[in-house]
Design a protein around this ligand. Structure first.
Ligand code: CA
Length: 455
């Protein structure tokens, strides 16, 4: 742990797939994220994205250019050959496969190029899908997000006493996780009574929000009763995607006590379909966020040298919004925020280790959400709830506006937003940049809000 930087990360490496060499592409040869797709040539398949193409792994295995025996150790039958077949491979095998794909896609041998080229499909001719997620857990790993949200509801006591000791999380719902581009219907539900002791109202959510998160896809699982150590945690991760944890704040406020989020979250969550592998992310590892002098150190089971030195990942995350009116007028989506995944208080390894410390078994294809990624500045806030709120708990002295006063975001059309309106499209992007390495990206995570059903 974590992953080694090797020849597959060489920034000078070029592919004969020309579109991959465009410096603006999210998908250079150094990236090669996994994706499931239905393409015109072979139908449903598993592939890797390279430039504007998808390389079909089924087809590639048919050429004999990749040693098929590496899949024999997969826990999953070849007949259900999806991303999860890759997930259950161990780290060493996945690295070998990555090295071989890089060799083939950078080969100067015209025979190899021709054979591999026949297994390429243009990404824009393919329907991109996602494998069904097994189980889904969402964490709350940003101290800044937790402090912002806590400050709104408990100005004198924003952080609960457990926060710095335990990665807080809850079990979410896998069945309503959808791929980028799927329209999201505004949820309907109960909202708190106007007066204490009154009757709750019922109707379409009035305070619909997004949460900018990153997800990690679990690779190899662990047996029930057998925890994963912090040293082994990274070997159990396949890769990462963007996650939009859509949130109905009015439903949430009424229902969350005492057991946490329920219908405010489980109506839909959107993921980006490309799984950027932990191997591809190796050059962008960084130290885990340093704890303040007065903070408790994590308990031993969540602490290691490797985790302190390289448990973080430098991933820039951006959120954009386009209203229906903006799209009609041809106006580009407006930038709402830029945060960074390295600002998380808990690392992925700590979250995964903690998840299994009681013996809980993770399985290939489970999704762990990071929690909303927020920073110390206003433009690094990863939800609308935080962006339109006037408080700033990190200012000296703290600026806390009682009653969570809101200042709307003004769109180029003059429309104002305190939360998301029908017809709004939320667009999330994520990418990694570091001097001396090729930039890699995650693609996009998009969703348009449709009006609620009639009630
Ligand atoms: Ca969340």
């Amino acid at each position: 742990m974590p992953y080694a930087i090797d020849e597959t990360h060489d920034p000078n490496l070029k592919s004969w797939v020309e579109s991959a060499n465009d410096p603006k592409s999210d998908f250079p040869i150094q990236n090669l994220p996994w994706v499931e797709f239905t393409g015109p040539k072979w139908g449903e398949g598993l592939g890797v994205r390279i430039g504007n193409q998808i390389l079909d792994l089924h087809g590639l295995l048919g050429t004999g250019l990749v040693d098929e025996s590496i899949f024999q150790q997969s826990e999953i039958e070849r007949s259900t050959f999806g991303v999860w077949a890759i997930a259950s491979l161990n780290q060493d095998t996945r690295s070998k496969l990555r090295t071989r794909l890089v060799e083939l896609l950078s080969s100067e041998d015209s025979g190899v190029q021709d054979a591999v080229r026949q297994q390429l499909e243009p990404a824009d001719k393919c329907q991109i899908v996602i494998s069904p997620i097994g189980d889904y857990t969402d964490f709350y790993a940003s101290l800044y997000h937790a402090t912002n949200v806590g400050s709104m509801f408990r100005p004198d006591n924003p952080l609960l006493p457990n926060y710095k000791h335990i990665p807080i999380g809850y079990h979410g719902r896998a069945s309503s996780i959808v791929a980028s581009g799927t329209p999201i219907k505004r949820p309907v539900g109960q909202q708190a009574p106007a007066e204490e002791g009154g009757t709750p109202s019922f109707g379409p959510c009035k305070l619909l929000d997004y949460e900018m998160e990153m997800g990690v896809i679990v690779g190899r699982g662990n047996e029930l009763g057998e925890p994963v150590s912090i040293e082994d945690a990274e070997d159990h991760m396949l890769g990462m995607c963007i996650l939009n944890d859509w949130s109905a704040r009015d439903l949430q406020k009424w229902e969350y006590v005492p057991l946490g989020p329920f219908l405010a979250k489980n109506f839909a969550s959107t993921v980006s379909p490309y799984i950027v592998t932990m191997e591809a992310l190796a050059p962008f590892r960084c130290a885990a966020q340093e704890r303040d002098a007065g903070d408790p150190q994590p308990l031993a089971y969540m602490d290691s040298d490797a985790n302190r030195k390289a448990g973080g990942i430098d991933i820039k995350v951006e959120v954009y919004l386009a209203s229906a009116k903006m799209r009609e007028q041809g106006i580009e989506p407006v930038h709402l925020s830029t945060g960074n995944f390295k600002d998380m208080y808990w690392t992925l390894a700590q979250m995964l280790t903690h998840h299994t410390v009681n013996g809980c078994n993770l399985q290939p294809g489970d999704l762990l959400g990071s929690g909303t990624i927020s920073g110390t500045t206003r433009d690094a806030r990863g939800s609308m709830l935080e962006l339109t709120w006037d408080g700033d708990p990190f200012a000296e002295p703290p600026v806390l506006v009682p009653g969570t006063q809101r200042t709307p975001i003004v769109l180029p059309t003059g429309e104002e937003r305190k939360f998301i309106a029908d017809g709004d499209e939320v667009i999330m992007k994520a990418y990694c940049e570091r001097e001396g390495y090729r930039r890699i990206g995650f693609g996009e995570c998009r969703g348009i809000i449709e009006p609620a059903r009639e009630v």
